[in-house]
Write a protein that binds this ligand. Structure first.
Ligand code: ASP
Length: 411
């Protein structure tokens, strides 16, 4: 029976979770059924995310170092680097242009005033983060004692150390073949454990989405409906039209085939709102379902999970224009260009965790002199918007690995 396939179970889990969540919301927050339901769903959802995070660090560490080591052996590392970074920058640039265009056309927030949200904004203490400080922090976070980075789960620093280790493994060659073998085995055994964790994925995803659906504030959503629709619409346009089109043009792969292979990761990203937590599933999808070579996937996907965020880039640009409209400020072309670059930096710098984009959003607002307190308006709806944005972030990584494979290996 089709029901037995994990893909189908995950989709079913998602639908049932949302339906149950809406049901509980209808019962009301005070009802004991709702409270108990949310408690149990909270436990299961957290367990699932914790399990994914448990394997995340060994997986990133092993997959990047093994990926780089085997790429060097094939003398393709240079082409892979260029293709990967080129794809990341280009796809984020398209996403930002889409976000800016949608916000310019539909002008969400126009006619509303920031003062309507005075209560929210006055209660919000904005953390100022000028660009120079952000850059210094970002750079500082790249290089860390690997033991600290591994222990603290600092994904970006682990990525950087694994890249360096991978290069050293190749340059050292035969002398370090045992260490390479060890890393390969570590990678394989972590992927095996990921397979086990995926067995509870349908339940975990059901629980996460139940919680999300049951705790949304409908009244607030209605006030900000236009902005929510513009962001979701343009993010979907990027995820459903632009990325599949790039994929089709470069590799000839049909979108349906892609989605079938990518579904597990897309639904997990949607439910967890975290590219990092989804990474074990993403790697599994590209390697096992979409047949990307392990060295390419092991390099592009973990790097993409922390660096390549199309959905986040699009969101930050659109949200900046929304806040400008609320504040009654018209951003001219030059200012929008600044937003373009800072939104890209913000997306690159945001770690793959829930609502990370909100933190770097502060920087985008500051870059064009917009009131940073406006974040207080965006925060309550962020859990909802983070779902689709993270799914598109993860989709970008998967499309990226297929595109890079086509551009570097298959020719
Ligand atoms: N939650 C997003 C991710 O993990 C980052 C963001 O907040 O935009 O990809």
């Amino acid at each position: 029976m089709r029901l037995r396939s994990l893909n189908t179970q995950i989709l079913l889990g998602a639908v049932i979770g949302i339906a149950l969540g809406v049901g509980l919301a209808a019962l009301g927050r005070q009802s004991p059924v709702t409270q108990n339901g949310l408690y149990v769903a909270g436990l299961i959802g957290t367990l699932f995310v914790d399990l994914l995070k448990m394997v995340l660090i060994p997986l990133v560490f092993a997959s990047i170092s093994v990926g780089v080591a085997s790429l060097r052996a094939h003398r393709q590392i240079h082409r892979v680097w260029v293709a990967t970074l080129g794809f990341f920058v280009l796809s984020m640039a398209i996403a930002i242009v889409l976000g800016l265009s949608a916000a310019n056309i539909f002008r969400p927030g126009e006619g509303m005033q920031l003062s309507m949200f005075a209560d929210a904004t006055s209660a919000f203490a904005a953390k100022q983060m000028p660009l120079s400080q952000f850059f210094a922090l970002f750079l500082h976070g790249l290089f860390q004692n690997p033991v600290t980075a591994l222990a603290q789960g600092n994904v970006l620093a682990v990525v950087v150390f694994a890249l360096i280790l991978g290069i050293a493994l190749v340059i050292g060659g035969e002398r370090y073949k045992n260490l390479l073998l060890l890393m390969q085995e570590l990678l394989e055994i972590t992927l095996l454990i990921v397979g086990w964790i995926m067995r509870i994925a349908p339940l975990g995803i059901m629980a996460l989405l139940l919680n999300l659906a049951a705790t949304q504030d409908a009244a607030l959503l209605a006030t900000l409906a236009k902005f929510v629709v513009v962001v979701i619409g343009s993010t979907l346009l990027h995820g459903v039209v632009v990325l599949p089109l790039i994929l089709y043009l470069v590799t000839g792969m049909s979108p349906l085939h892609f989605w079938r292979g990518a579904r597990e990761a897309l639904v997990t990203a949607f439910a967890t709102s975290s590219s990092s937590a989804t990474l074990p599933v993403t790697l599994r999808c590209v390697e096992q379902h979409l047949h990307v070579r392990r060295d390419i996937a092991g390099f592009v996907v973990p790097l993409g999970a922390t660096v390549n965020m199309d959905g986040t880039a699009l969101y930050e640009a659109a949200a900046a224009l929304f806040v400008a409209n609320l504040a009654g400020i018209d951003l001219n072309f030059g200012q929008q260009l600044v937003v373009f670059f800072i939104a890209m930096l913000g997306a690159i710098g945001a770690p793959g965790i829930p609502s990370a984009g909100m933190v770097t959003m502060v920087m985008v607002l500051q870059s064009v002199g917009l009131p940073v307190e406006a974040i207080a308006i965006l925060l309550p709806i962020d859990r909802l918007l983070d779902t689709i944005r993270t799914a598109v972030n993860v989709e970008g990584d998967m499309v990226g690995s297929l595109v890079v494979q086509k551009l570097t290996v298959d020719r």
